[in-house]
Structure formats: C-alpha cells, structure tokens
Design a protein around this ligand. Structure first.
Ligand SMILES: Cc1cc2nc3c(=O)[nH]c(=O)nc-3n(C[C@H](O)[C@H](O)[C@H](O)COP(=O)(O)OP(=O)(O)OC[C@H]3O[C@@H](n4cnc5c(N)ncnc54)[C@H](O)[C@@H]3O)c2cc1C
Ligand SMILES: Cc1cc2nc3c(=O)[nH]c(=O)nc-3n(C[C@H](O)[C@H](O)[C@H](O)COP(=O)(O)O)c2cc1C
Length: 456
C-alpha cells in the first residue's frame, strides 16, 4: 500500500467524483421518471370527468409515442383527461377502475407480446378477469409481412372480451404505421370526445443529415458486407440516448415513397453525428436490399438523407453503477456500442459477449473494444467466431460456457442487454440464459426491465 499522501488524495478525489457522477445519473433518471408520471397525472386531471386510461405495450417505442399522441388528442381537442401507463405498470385493478381504456399494443417476435407486457401476460391475462362495465378500444400495431399479423393486439382484444369488457369499436389494425389506419383511430377518438378534430398525426418530418463517412468493416468476410456509416446533422445536433433508433426515409421511386427502415444508433450526441453498422442485405435473387443497398452502395459522401430519431425507452441503459452484460451478434454491436460509449470507467462497467463469423475479418470495432478493456469500461470481452476452425461457436455458446460468472454478475445486480438478430441469436441466447440462470430468474429480470432486447 502507498503512503504517499498525494496518491491518497487522488484516490479519494476519484472515488468522490465517481460517487457524484452516479448520484447525478440516478437523480436524472428519477427526475425523468417523475416528469413522465407528472405529465401523465397532469393530463389525467386536466379534462372533465373520469380520465381515460391509455396503456401501451411497446417493444421499439412506436406504441408509446402513439399513446402520448392519443392522450394529447383526447385532452387537446375534446377536453377528456387521459392517464398514460406502460403495460409494465398495468394490472386488473387499474383496468377495472377505468371506465374507458384505450390499449395501444404492438406485436414482436413471431406474434409475441413486447417485453414490457410480459408480467401483464403472465399474471393478468392468464385467466379472464371481471371487467364488466369497462369499455375499451384496441389499436394493434403490426406488419402484414409477419404470419401472425397484430397477434398480440388480437390476444389482448380477445382477453378483454372474455373478461366481460365491452368494445367501444372493433380493433384498429395498423400495418407498418399506415396513415389510413391511424386516421381511423383518430376518428374513434373523436367519437369519444364528441368533437370533430383531425390533429396532424403525420410523423415528425425527416431532418436532413449528410453522409460524412462510410467504411467497410469486414473486407474478405464470408458473410454479407457490414458497413460503418456516419451522418452529420445539417441542423443543430438533436438529443438522443443510447438504445434509441433512427428511422431512415427511403427516396421516392417512380412516384412511390417506399417508407422507412430502422437502424440502431451506434453513437451518442456528444459524437456530433449518428453512426450505424449496416449489413448489406441481399434478396433471394441476389439483388441488394432496398435500404441497405442504397445506404451502403448508392449514396455518395456528402449526399443528404432524411432521418428521424425515435426514443426507444425499452432499450435505454440502467444507472452507470449497474454492471451491464451486453450480448449480441453481427450488426447488433451497433446498439451495444452506444451503451459502451455511455459508460464511465468508474461505473459498474460492462461485459461484452459477441459472436460473428471469422476473427480475421469480422472482429468489428476491435481497436475500440481493446481501448475500452484497457480503460476499464469493459471488464471482460468474450468473442466467438462460428466459421473459424477450432472455434465454431455462436454467442449463445459463450453464454452457456460462462454460466458461473453470469450468475455472479447477476447476483451483483447486473442488467442484461441483447442486440442483433431475432432468429437464431436472440432465441438461442434466451434459452442459454434460462439454462444458466433458471427460467424464473430470466422471467423476473424480463418483467423488471433488467433483461432488455433490441432484436430484429
Ligand atoms: C429496431 C430495429 C433495428 C435495426 N437495426 C439495424 C442495424 O443496426 N443494422 C442493420 O444492418 N439492420 C438493422 N435493422 C434491419 C433494417 O431495418 C432493415 O430491415 C435491413 O437493413 C434490410 O432492409 P432493406 O431495405 O435493405 O431490405 P429489403 O429490401 O426490405 O429486403 C431485402 C431482403 O432481406 C430480407 N430481410 C430484411 N430484413 C432482414 C433481417 N433483419 N434479417 C434477415 N433478413 C432480412 C428480406 O426478407 C428480403 O429478402 C434493424 C431493424 C429494426 C426493426
Ligand atoms: C423483430 C420484430 C418482430 C415483429 N413481429 C411481428 C409479428 O409477429 N406480427 C406483426 O403483426 N408485427 C410484427 N412486427 C411489427 C411491429 O409490431 C411494428 O413494427 C410495430 O409498429 C412496432 O411497434 P413498437 O415500436 O411499439 O414495438 C415485428 C417487428 C419487429 C422489429
């Protein structure tokens, strides 16, 4: 041990600084949660009569956004108060106490409920409840390209009906954010308020961003090309958090606007730019995917694109003092990288488990990961490469091999964040976590928001 008083002073200073940083972060998070609650309470109390309950089940933030827009429309146009609530905080009593409930629910996986609805599904939807006297409406978000279109929305609707609740109108299905369906929902809101108003629900306009950097990060890979792209805002840098998502608008083709594609943001506002890690997708006939082809091949440096950033609260990070276990594959490193960037070396640190194809060509962001290991942000880095002779493992195999240490980290309060492909990776990782930690622990962590996923 050193007796040098100056060193002691430095050490004490560092610890004090660390404690201050943690306190500031915890205070900020509590203040943000309190503001959301206060906003909801203010909207509940502002209208005439009993407020309408507006509950959202959301995986990537769209249903949550629409829940707030719904509440504003009820209050702003019709003077009807609305209480906005996540499905994570919803139970039978709360539903029963509401005369009218509007439920805005998305579907994820293959017809599955979003993670923030896991507890509600297990505890409340397991059997019909007594909801006689409650009137409800469901806005079901989905995408027709999936087999079970709006699967969870229909499950919620069926359960409410079996529980004796009375539908105000038939479930409104929204295919990929389709504007006509949203107008139909607004029409139903007008029936509730008794006012005819069509607030502008067109999503916020795309802001202009300029491509400033594009690098192939896996030359020679046996897998599809993966590109790192950086865009600078033409306007002042907007704010976002690690875990948020960018919606990139596709250019018009033959007079048709083909919509947008979502990408995990791999950088922070302090970088002054949005960075992505994008895989060039190929269709069965070998032609490039619409968005990934355009972004990685069609655009030139300096070109402008339209983009809007979407808050994805379900993938926001915990307090800096909470250790993070980051698990992912391929382009999933994008969302995990933003979290690594947001961590401080003095906080709870992170452990990254990452899988790709070959060590020689697919060790994305290696220099940066090594620097985080050296600085202490990364406490541990486990990587595997499925196509390498002598390895051949996938990231779920890393989870299985590290079961003892994972249990240790979880016992120390760590949170698990998974980002990358839905098929294969996230299901395999989920099964491996259940093996390592026990299915009950994994479920509790999911319900408590200590196990979060951004998978696609
Ligand atoms: C929340 C979220 C975050 C995402 N983050 C990223 C990211 O960080 N990096 C990234 O590269 N992509 C990410 N994606 C996927 C991205 O949005 C596009 O789906 C992808 O770039 C393909 O779009 P495309 O227009 O090029 O392909 P399309 O022209 O739409 O389709 C091309 C072909 O690819 C297939 N395909 C499309 N998407 C996938 C997929 N995800 N997995 C397997 N096959 C697919 C289609 O079936 C089709 O055959 C994310 C998706 C979501 C929902
Ligand atoms: C990984 C993934 C899986 C999905 N699975 C389904 C599905 O099975 N059925 C469906 O109708 N829509 C599915 N969707 C589409 C979403 O429900 C739709 O994009 C919705 O608007 C997302 O809302 P959210 O951001 O509130 O979660 C899926 C989307 C993603 C990204």
């Amino acid at each position: 041990m050193t007796a040098d008083p100056q060193r002691w002073l430095w050490a004490v200073g560092a610890v004090v600084l660390w404690l201050v940083l943690i306190a500031v972060k915890v205070w900020r998070e509590r203040r943000a949660a309190a503001l959301v609650r206060a906003r909801s309470e203010a909207m509940a109390g502002a209208g005439d009569g009993k407020p309408v309950l507006v509950a959202f089940a959301s995986q990537t933030g769209f249903a949550e956004e629409l829940a707030w827009m719904t509440a504003r429309a009820l209050l702003g146009d019709g003077g009807v108060g609305a209480r906005v609530l996540s499905f994570a905080d919803l139970d039978l009593e709360t539903l029963k106490a509401a005369d009218r409930a509007l439920l805005i629910v998305s579907t994820t996986g293959e017809g599955d409920p979003p993670d923030n609805a896991a507890r509600f599904v297990r505890k409340t939807m397991a059997a019909p409840g007594d909801l006689a006297g409650v009137r409800f409406g469901v806005l079901a978000l989905g995408d027709r390209s999936y087999d079970q279109f709006c699967g969870f929305g229909h499950a919620v609707d069926g359960w409410l009906r079996r529980s004796g609740a009375e539908p105000l109108f038939d479930t409104v299905e929204v295919d990929n954010g389709e504007a006509g369906a949203l107008r139909h929902w607004q029409h139903q809101l007008n029936q509730i308020t008794g006012h005819v108003a069509v607030p502008d629900w067109t999503p916020p306009a795309y802001a202009p961003w300029r491509l400033v950097e594009r690098t192939l990060v896996n030359p020679g890979s046996p897998g599809g090309e993966a590109w790192r792209l950086a865009f600078e805002p033409v306007d002042p840098v907007p704010d976002w958090s690690a875990g948020d998502i960018a919606e990139v608008g596709l250019p018009e083709r033959d007079g048709v606007t083909p919509g947008s594609r979502e990408y995990s943001i791999a950088s922070l506002p302090s970088d002054g730019r949005v960075e992505f890690l994008i895989r060039l997708m190929r269709r069965p006939d070998g032609t490039p995917g619409l968005a990934s082809g355009w972004l990685t091949q069609g655009l030139a440096l300096g070109d402008r694109i339209g983009m809007r950033l979407r808050t994805n609260r379900s993938f926001h990070g915990p307090a800096d003092a909470t250790p993070m276990i980051l698990i992912g594959n391929g382009t999933g490193l994008a969302g995990l990288r933003a979290h690594l960037k947001a961590r401080t070396a003095a906080g709870g640190g992170a452990w990254l488990l990452f899988g790709e194809r070959t060590q020689a060509h697919d060790a994305f962001f290696d220099a940066e990961l090594q620097a985080w290991l050296a600085s202490g942000v990364l406490r541990r880095l486990d990587r595997c490469f499925s196509r390498d002779a002598g390895d051949g493992r996938y990231v779920q195999d890393l989870v299985a091999a590290a079961a003892d240490d994972l249990r240790d980290w979880i016992a120390r309060g760590a949170a698990i964040y998974v980002c990358g492909s839905l098929e294969g990776m996230s299901q395999g990782v989920h099964a491996a976590l259940e093996q390592a930690l026990g299915a009950d622990v994994v479920l509790t962590m999911l319900e408590d928001g200590r196990y979060r996923r951004d998978v696609y």
